[in-house]
Design a protein around this ligand. Structure first.
Ligand code: MG
Length: 259
């Protein structure tokens, strides 16, 4: 009997020990769950103070912008063939002269913020892609479509505010024909390796009349009218405005370099 009691006593002690271990484990787990996360380290302040920039008035150029067109002359522009730009200036606006060809900036740009104002003809002619068509080409290749998309149907990735044939605008905020409209564009140029392959695709954000219509979309390649977009390696290049045969107007064009 005494031997049996010892065995029973031993079993009771083992059971108590096991229970104690379980309780300790549960307690430790609960304490861990309740302990606050360690706070992330504070972000060190940048070493360089942001430059001072004097903002523009009423959509005008800020102090660090390059003014590409101020309503007076075309000195910053040339035809796509390198000849003097043939578009006309009318009451402070740069007007497409149909069939004289595209025009481009003499200066070439990389990453940039671009502000440009445009108005499609107040007298409505044509339909679809034939109504007030022009375009703002980034680095001479990537077209942000300019079109009279006020009550004018066309394919969605070809209407105003589209990255032509790649992305439709998020919304259609086109004003009626003849009214001035704004594009504010943030463009990050594609990067290419020494082998000519894309290392990082370009991207673009567009505000049309102050409303976001392209939200940092990835550019798939040069704008094409038929077939899919393809990248070709290139460096900084011009801003180009399209002659699509319609007398669309432009004004207050300025650009800020972002690199
Ligand atoms: Mg166009």
């Amino acid at each position: 009997m005494r031997g049996l009691s010892r065995v029973r006593l031993f079993n009771v002690r083992v059971a108590r020990l096991a229970a104690a271990i379980v309780m300790m484990t549960l307690g430790a787990t609960a304490a861990l769950a309740q302990s606050p996360k360690s706070a992330p380290p504070e972000i060190p302040p940048p070493k360089e103070e942001p430059r001072s920039v004097r903002p523009g008035q009423n959509g005008g150029a800020p102090s660090d912008a390059i003014v590409l067109f101020d309503g007076k002359d075309l000195s910053k522009w040339e035809s796509a063939d390198g000849q003097p730009a043939k578009w006309r200036i009318d009451q402070g606006a740069l007007v497409v002269a149909p069939k004289t060809g595209d025009i481009r900036t003499k200066e070439k740009f990389g990453d940039c913020q671009l502000h440009i104002e445009w108005a499609t003809p107040s007298v409505v002619q044509g339909e679809g892609q034939g109504r007030g068509n022009s375009g703002v080409y980034l680095q001479n290749r990537y077209e942000i479509q300019v079109l009279d998309s006020y009550q004018n149907k066309t394919y969605f990735h070809g209407q105003a505010g589209s990255l032509y044939k790649q992305y439709a605008p998020l919304v259609n905020v086109t004003r009626p024909p003849g009214e001035w409209q704004t594009y504010d564009i943030v463009f990050r140029a594609p990067r290419f390796g020494a082998d000519g392959e894309v290392q990082r695709p370009g991207s673009v954000s567009v505000f049309h009349n102050g409303v976001l219509v392209q939200d940092h979309v990835e550019i798939k390649g040069s704008t094409t009218h038929e077939g899919g977009p393809v990248y070709e390696a290139h460096g900084p290049d011009s801003i180009k405005l399209q002659d699509h045969g319609n007398e669309t107007r432009f004004r207050n064009i300025w650009i800020r370099k972002l690199n």
